[in-house]
Design a protein around this ligand. Sequence first.
Ligand code: SAM
Ligand code: SF4
Length: 474
Amino acid sequence: MSETLEAPPLCAPGREASARGAAKVLVKSYGCQMNVYDSARMTDLLAREGYAEAASEDDADLVILNTCHIREKAAEKIYSELGKLAILKRERAAQGRETKIVVAGCVAQAEGELVLRRQNAVDLVVGPQSYHRLPELLSRAAEGARLTDTEFSVQDKFHALPDASPAQIRARGVSAFVTVQEGCDKFCSFCVVPYTRGAEVSRKVAEVVAETRRLADAGVREITLIGQNVNAYRGEDEQGRAWPLERLLELLSDIAGVERLRYTTSHPVDMTQGLIEAHGALPKLMPFVHLPVQSGSNRVLKAMNRRHLAQDYLNSVAALRQARPDIALSSDFIVGFPGETDADFEATLDLIRAVGFASTFSFKYSPRPGTPGAERDDQIDEDVKRERLAALQELVAAQRQAFNAATVGREIEVLFEKPGRHPGQVAGKSPYMQAVHVAGGRDLIGRVARVTIAGAGSNSLAGRRVEESGGATN
Ligand code: SAM
Ligand code: SF4
């Protein structure tokens, strides 16, 4: 932990907030699901310290930005957000009201004290492995210190975090994330994650089971196991034996109340035969896999240090489809990695055509400080990146549309999660991660029901519920 001695506080900590009731915190999450999970844990931790949840910045005495550093744009967005918060903080200070601003997550980890130097209004910078120390850090910040804590803690952060209460769990809905693995040892040459999140660590089997049970008991019906490389999971059981992900999934599928299991994000080299076979063996494991490939060119894959060939990826896809014929695939792509030629890019389009994806995320390569890719002198022109991204996105949009259209007329199970956009509608998710809405009431939320798909757009499906007797209802 380091400390800088700038800008003393304007007001006594928390005094104004207590005059207006409990102090309120807003945790804003950017980037991946890991951050969504961490943001919820920070909110729970601060609830224990007496902070209520704020609905917006206007309402919050403490604003935490849980940030993403994966691409330059994501990181710069944080500074523009901080600029707005700095104005809010100044205006309130003029009225005698205090606001604390915390930068957490991967920008905090990667930039540390630089964040304090770039934006004077920031009180605390706390990394993804240190946020369990927020209460202590906040009380020191209340005394006027501006602090940075980006240590990879020896203490297990998860042990220091309180469990969410049943009411907190219910407020977050029927689908929940559980972090089972953090960090990455792969060092892809474009990626900052191994530097911001540290080495691969898996949570113990018993901890994951306990957290899943608590969620299911409070009404959660779908659990998504998350990790930067979730299929590299090697959590220990009570005898100290390391379990692979498929064994964990098998155990979790026996927990009462758990109706659906998913996992994300996977790396192709950790897609073992055992995990592939689990898709055929575990009915609760949903037929959808997010398996980022990044490129279809062997030359680029090698330069990216992805440690597999395009054909290995295609083989895994074929094996997954053999284990579970209706499985839907999703992936991440980067266009314009240094040295990528037209032929390399064509190979990526060929791979996409060969697989047929249900959904994808695609990005222009963004050089990140400290990564080998950023040092290369064969960076690709921005216009070329833009053109390639547009061509790739056109292809995958057509595939997504075709995938959605192919579900029309089918009867599929939907887990209902929330009221729909229009009155009298309820919305949920298909096994293949498609948003589905039907006519129906709130009583459906938390239930899995059979639905006949009547229409498909590019982003959602419309359906009719099938009565248990077999007919369709509106
Ligand atoms: N662990 C996952 C894997 O192995 O593919 C990916 C996790 S990463 C947080 C999410 C995605 O961000 C990556 O799959 C990649 O497509 C994208 N990404 C990472 N670094 C990037 C960069 N420098 N420029 C553009 N996209 C990037
Ligand atoms: Fe980043 Fe590669 Fe690790 Fe995924 S596997 S988090 S892309 S370094």
